[in-house]
Write a protein that binds this ligand. Structure first.
Ligand SMILES: [Fe+2]
Length: 277
């Protein structure tokens, strides 16, 4: 039995700032690389959850959305319990209903609020944020909005241990299963009603590495879903840099101290991932 983890909680205030109860909570969130976010009043989560659940219906037209490469479209993976409908931002209006495309743009807003708070704390001067993040902090970059299901008819682990590659991941999961690794041990992240789980990814760790305050890309996994809880639904949003773009590392004095093409950084991470194979 894995111990439960009590994570810090944040909310978004009227000025679109990310607010923690105490500065110790924020420090802990940055150190762990994960925290709960109270669902903002303006986010219609229920509608998006319904949309996600309806995709499980074998007659759902959304199961016919074609695959675009390995990462987008309706995808049933053979090596784990996951099926998903995954689309990058520029395809949302083509394939998602208008209210779901709009929901995605609201998650864009949340992603930007989070990344801007990370920059603020990093001490990197604001005029460099767009350049450092390959455009994401000012509304460019890319994003995925995915609707995910874990099915017990496959016996494999839900999702193997990994770090996310992008900047920020926003997760809405209505059943347990998410675990984070701390000091070599996995801890359950319990579902907290009316809260999303936010975690930082490798690209955000990379661009804050030489600043006053870096963030951790947390190792996490999803456990195999038990038969007593047959299908785990999730909505996942990934805030990512453009694959053909670049990321820059600045220090708090505004000096560029490193950079990488996104492709090179991701290729390096892919190589490291084999340690979990
Ligand atoms: Fe992940």
């Amino acid at each position: 039995m894995n111990p439960d983890m009590s994570l810090p909680t944040a909310s978004i205030d009227e000025a679109q700032r990310l607010i923690f109860k105490t500065s110790q909570d924020q420090d802990l969130a940055w150190e762990l690389g994960v925290f709960y976010l109270k669902v903002p009043d303006w986010l219609d989560l229920e509608e998006a959850r319904h949309f996600g659940r309806d995709i499980l219906d074998s007659e759902s037209p959304y199961r016919n959305i074609p695959q675009y490469g390995e990462l987008e479209g309706f995808i049933a993976l053979e090596n784990n319990q996951q099926t998903k409908l995954a689309l990058r931002r520029h395809r949302w209006d083509d394939h998602y209903p208008a209210e779901i495309a709009q929901f995605g743009r609201q998650l864009d807003d949340i992603g930007r609020v989070v990344i801007r708070e990370v920059f603020r704390k990093s001490g990197i001067p604001e005029y460099l944020w767009t350049d450092a993040s390959g455009g994401y902090s000012s509304g460019q970059g890319t994003a995925f909005l995915n609707f995910v299901h874990y099915d017990t008819s496959q016996s494999d682990l839900g999702l193997r241990p990994h770090t996310d590659y992008g900047f920020v991941t926003i997760l809405d999961a209505t059943s347990p299963g998410l675990q984070i690794e701390l000091c070599g041990q996995f801890h359950n992240v319990p579902v907290l009603d009316a809260h999303l789980v936010i975690n930082f990814g490798e690209a955000l760790n990379f661009i804050t590495q030489h600043s006053n305050r870096s963030v951790t890309a947390i190792v996490h996994r999803v456990t195999s879903q038990a038969a007593s809880n047959p299908v785990r639904h999730g909505i996942v949003y990934f805030a990512n840099p453009d694959l053909n773009g670049a990321l820059k590392q600045f220090n708090a004095q505004g000096r560029e101290v490193g950079s990488s093409s996104v492709a090179d950084l991701f290729a390096k991470l892919e190589k490291n991932l084999t340690t979990y194979g």
